[in-house]
Design a protein around this ligand. Structure first.
Ligand SMILES: Cc1cc2nc3c(=O)[nH]c(=O)nc-3n(C[C@H](O)[C@H](O)[C@H](O)COP(=O)(O)O)c2cc1C
Length: 402
C-alpha cells in the first residue's frame, strides 16, 4: 500500500517534506489534497499488469505480484524490430533519439541524480534543469504545493550557472549514450546568447532547449514566450550563436500560441517543445496571503494535459518542424494522444516524482503498442487526430514525419 499523501519530492539538491527548510511552521509545504499522481512502490516490482484498486483516493491497494508474462523469443524479436527512433533536428546535423520519450526540464535534475534508480541509457533524451549564465539561488520557500491533478512550483530556476554545469556534468554526459539537451533560461537576449555560446561544442551537450517563459528584464519584464517579436528575436539570436540543435519551449499562458510558434520556426528553431507550466496561485491555509513564497507558481501534471493537447493540436497545423509534447503524461494513453495530435515525441515531467522509471516503461509500452497494431514503426501513430482537411498554412504539420 502506498499513501498518496505527504510524499517527499526531491528537486536536485532541494528536498521538500517533513523536515525540509521549504516548510514553514504556519504553512505546511505539501498541502493535503487528493493526489492524482500516485507514487509507485518500486520495491514490489513493475506495475505492468498488476491489478490495482482505488481506495477512496488516499491509497492504492496492491493485489499481488505482477502478472505480465515475459515475452517469448519470437515476441521479443518483434519488439526489437520496431523502429522508435526520431530525429528532432534534421536540418541541423541531426538530434537522433533512440526513442521518442524524453524527461522534462526541472523534473530529472541533471540526470545524475537518477542514475541509481533509472537506466538513463534507455531514455530518448534528458532535458536537464534550467541553466542560466550566472548561478541562481531560486525563489523563497515555500516553492511547491500539490493541487488536484497536479502541482504548483515556483523553484525560480535554482541552478549553479552554465560554467559549473559544463564543468561538473559535461564529462559525465559525454560518457552517456542518451543525448542530453540543456534547458537554457535568461533575463535578456544577451544572456541566452552567451549561455548558448558557452554550450556550443561542449562534448556531452547534444542540444539546447530554450525556456523562453522568462521575464525580459530590459523590456519591462514581459516574458519572451508571450510576445511574438521577442520570441522571434531570442530564437534568431541563439540560432546565430550556435550550431547545436535548438528546441524552443512554448508557454501556454497566451491567447493564441500559433503566431508565436510560426515566428519561432521562421527564426530557425529545429523543434518546438510544448508546453511549459500554466501560471497559477495557491492561498495559504490561514487565507491572509498567497501560499507560495513567490506568490505565483507554474501548474503541471495531469490537470494540464487537455491544455497541452489543444496547443500541440493547434501548433501541429501551422509549423512543419517537429513538436515535442509536454504536459501531464502519466500513461501510454497520454503518449498516444499527443502523437495523434501531431507530436513526434513526448516529455514526461511531474509524474517522474512519483515514478522515476515511468519514462523508460513508456518507451517499452510504445514498442508493445506498435507490435499489437502490426506496425514496425510508431510513425503511423503521428497526427491521426488532426483534421483531415486543413488550410494552406495548416497542412505542413500533419505531413511531418520523423
Ligand atoms: C519542479 C519543476 C521544475 C521545472 N523547471 C523547469 C525549468 O527549469 N525549465 C523549463 O523549461 N521547464 C521547467 N519545468 C516545466 C516542465 O519541464 C514541464 O514543461 C511542465 O512541468 C509540464 O509537464 P508535466 O505536466 O509533465 O510536468 C518545471 C516543472 C516542474 C514541475
Amino acid at each position: 500500500m502506498v499513501k498518496a499523501k505527504k510524499q517527499v519530492i526531491i528537486f536536485g539538491d532541494m528536498r521538500v517534506g517533513k523536515d525540509s527548510p521549504n516548510r514553514s511552521k504556519r504553512t505546511p509545504t505539501v498541502r493535503k489534497v487528493k493526489s492524482a499522481i500516485v507514487p509507485v512502490d518500486r520495491t514490489k516490482g513493475p506495475p505492468a499488469g498488476r491489478p490495482r484498486v482505488e481506495t477512496g483516493g488516499a491509497a492504492v491497494a496492491d493485489l499481488g505480484a505482477p502478472t505480465a508474462p515475459q515475452p517469448t523469443l519470437a515476441e521479443q524479436a518483434a519488439l526489437d524490430r520496431v523502429d522508435l527512433s526520431v530525429d528532432l533536428a534534421p536540418e541541423h546535423g541531426g538530434l537522433r533519439l533512440a526513442n521518442p520519450i524524453l524527461v522534462a526540464s526541472g523534473t530529472f535534475g541533471y540526470g545524475i541524480e537518477y542514475g541509481e534508480v533509472v537506466d538513463v541509457g534507455r531514455l530518448g533524451a534528458i532535458c536537464c534543469k534550467g541553466t542560466t549564465l550566472r548561478p541562481r539561488a531560486g525563489n523563497p520557500p515555500p516553492r511547491v504545493t500539490e493541487t488536484p491533478g497536479g502541482m504548483l512550483n515556483s523553484i525560480g530556476l535554482q541552478n549553479p550557472g552554465v560554467d559549473a554545469v559544463i564543468e561538473k556534468y559535461g564529462p559525465i554526459w559525454q560518457g552517456w549514450k542518451v543525448p542530453v539537451i540543456v534547458n537554457v533560461a535568461g533575463e535578456s537576449i544577451e544572456d541566452y546568447v552567451e549561455v548558448a555560446r558557452r554550450l556550443d561544442g561542449v562534448p556531452g551537450v547534444a542540444g539546447i532547449e530554450l525556456n523562453i517563459s522568462c521575464p525580459n528584464v530590459g523590456k519591462g519584464g514581459l516574458q519572451f514566450a508571450i510576445d511574438r517579436d521577442a520570441a522571434r528575436a531570442v530564437t534568431a539570436a541563439v540560432r546565430r550563436a550556435t550550431e547545436l540543435p535548438l528546441l524552443v519551449k512554448l508557454s501556454p499562458n497566451v491567447a493564441d500560441v500559433r503566431p508565436i510558434a510560426r515566428a519561432i520556426e521562421e527564426a530557425g528553431a529545429d523543434a518546438i517543445s510544448a508546453i511549459n507550466t500554466l501560471s497559477g496561485l495557491a492561498v495559504a491555509p490561514d487565507r491572509t496571503r498567497a501560499f507560495l513564497g513567490n506568490v505565483y507558481g507554474g501548474l503541471s501534471g495531469p490537470a494540464i494535459k487537455p491544455v497541452a493537447l489543444r496547443i500541440v493540436y493547434e501548433v501541429a497545423q501551422v509549423v512543419s518542424i517537429p513538436i515535442v509534447a509536454i504536459g501531464g503524461v502519466t500513461s501510454i494513453e497520454d503518449v498516444l494522444d499527443f502523437l495523434a495530435c501531431g507530436a513526434v515525441a513526448v516529455q514526461v515531467g511531474t509524474a517522474i516524482f512519483a515514478d522515476p522509471e515511468l519514462p523508460v516503461r513508456l518507451a517499452d509500452d510504445l514498442r508493445a503498442e506498435c507490435v499489437r497494431r502490426g506496425l514496425d514503426s510508431y510513425r503511423p501513430l503521428i497526427g491521426t487526430a488532426l483534421p483531415k482537411r486543413m488550410g494552406a498554412s495548416s497542412a505542413k504539420g500533419a505531413e511531418y514525419r520523423p
